[in-house]
Design a protein around this ligand. Structure first.
Ligand SMILES: Cc1cc2nc3c(=O)[nH]c(=O)nc-3n(C[C@H](O)[C@H](O)[C@H](O)COP(=O)(O)OP(=O)(O)OC[C@H]3O[C@@H](n4cnc5c(N)ncnc54)[C@H](O)[C@@H]3O)c2cc1C
Length: 415
């Protein structure tokens, strides 16, 4: 069998590695002429990091990532609402990685090139669509730089891992509407900063009406002063937003005002933002879950299949879980077309639930609840507002939906 993977992002490369492990020939076609470290921070939670560990990548990822140990939630006055351990500190066998997206992609890419052979990865090949018949699928490509047509490529199966702007999704669902704007715009960046709260804490603070921040370190000891690379995301409710583009630069003055007085004893937030290497802007958008992903020998995976708002640290994770499911089904032998249908049957409903829960009750629902109950005022004691048990239950519910609660993960693996 010969599988064509469109897109060398997190999902496509993970699938390539998993198919290689299963002895299935896979070629990856990537539009970018060179894979550069684009993006900022990303989290890989234990349900997905254990899959990367099974691919033998734990040591390499540990070298690049911060192994996140704790989640902490604050109101906009810097008062602690709730904290809980994460990753191995929470008893999972696998860690939580907070990592630069470029580092994660590079680790996957190097492993794929080494194991499958560099000739199995074509860069600068932009897929423009497909045709198929009963026996195979043919992918059409143009040169990403010149736009010139490249030779079509035939394969037994084509897996579209081409992300948010998936050309194959558009071909499968041409009448799909525009992305759905959540009403929240985001500004993202990275700053070289000294470790805060122990150096391995993922912070969520404030609320979207006034401004919310997500802050976590993604690289350790980046210089002799012991600084870390710290990823931050500012999220503010506003009707103003522009089209989604991972590389759109953002303007400090468009959002810094919301955080001007966030001088907490654990972090001076505006100072950290002002010291950023660069700022990107991105609207918080997703798309309504699709009714189907698969047509014969072609299917969708990762963001191409189920773009979600980034509020549960699950975009990369669900792409990795998709890859595992598909690689297992193809690795079991049998009819590959039936395997694609079975993959969709297993993963579409599961990821739809994550997409919808990210809209309504993501992990930061904890701070929304306290914001509502406290009337957005400082509190004397958090216990007067909400009990620790209730907060813990809210956190647990999201883990169950996304498939990383301890009970689900501690079940024996399916293969
Ligand atoms: C440049 C960039 C920056 C990002 N930055 C962040 C970030 O900072 N934080 C975060 O949480 N998430 C970020 N993401 C998204 C994140 O990687 C995904 O949400 C998640 O990891 C799921 O991965 P995926 O493989 O489905 O999609 P992606 O990781 O987006 O990968 C899709 C890949 O397909 C390629 N591609 C697109 N169209 C075509 C085509 N027609 N033919 C061939 N190849 C094509 C893209 O170049 C890309 O390499 C970024 C994605 C990109 C592409």
């Amino acid at each position: 069998m010969n599988v064509a993977i469109v897109g060398a992002g997190i999902g496509g490369l993970t699938l390539g590695l998993m198919l290689q492990r299963a002895g299935i020939a896979a070629r990856v076609f990537e539009a970018s002429p060179e894979v550069r470290p684009l993006g900022v921070g990303i989290n890989v939670l234990p349900h997905a990091s254990r899959e990367l560990g099974r691919l033998g990548l734990e040591a390499e990822l540990t070298r690049h990532a911060v192994l996140t140990r704790e989640a902490a939630f604050f109101n906009r006055f810097g008062q602690l609402i709730y904290r809980e351990p994460l990753g191995r500190d929470a008893g999972y066998e696998a860690p939580q990685y907070s990592i630069h997206r470029g580092d994660l992609q590079r680790v996957l890419l190097d492993a794929f090139a080494q194991r499958a052979g560099a000739q199995c990865l074509q860069t600068g090949w932009r897929c423009t669509g497909f045709t198929q018949d009963a026996g195979s699928v043919e992918l059409a490509f143009v040169d990403a730089r010149s736009g010139a047509r490249l030779p079509s490529q035939r394969a037994d199966l084509a897996i579209a891992c081409d992300g948010l702007h998936s050309a194959i999704r558009k071909q499968l669902h041409p009448a799909e509407g525009e992305p759905r704007y959540s009403g929240v715009n985001m500004w993202r960046g990275v700053t070289r900063w000294k470790p805060f709260l122990g150096g391995a804490t993922m912070v969520r603070a404030g609320w979207l009406t006034h401004g919310k921040m997500v802050i976590y370190p993604i690289r350790d000891a980046i210089d002799d002063a012991g600084n870390q690379l710290v990823n931050w995301v500012a999220e503010i409710q506003t009707p103003q937003h522009r089209q989604r583009d991972w590389t759109r630069p953002g303007e400090l003055n468009d959002f810094i005002g919301a955080f001007a007085d966030w001088h907490f004893d654990w972090l001076d937030v505006p100072a950290m933002i002002r010291a950023a290497d660069s700022i990107l802007e991105f609207p918080m958008v997703d798309q309504d879950p699709l009714p189907w992903w698969t047509q014969g020998r072609v299917t969708l995976l990762g963001d191409a299949a189920h773009p979600m708002v980034p509020r549960g640290s699950n975009g990369a994770g669900q792409a990795i879980l998709d890859a595992r499911c598909l690689a297992d089904l193809l690795g079991a032998g049998g009819d590959p077309v039936a395997a694609l249908a079975a993959y969709e049957a297993r993963r579409l409903a599961a990821t739809t639930q994550v997409v919808l829960t990210n809209r309504s009750n993501p992990p930061d629902a904890i701070i929304r609840e306290v914001w509502q109950r406290s009337g957005d005022k400082p509190f004397e004691r958090i216990e007067d507002v909400i009990s620790h048990e209730e907060l813990a239950r809210m956190s647990e519910r999201y883990k169950q939906v996304a498939g990383f609660d301890r009970n689900t993960l501690d079940r024996p693996a399916t293969s």
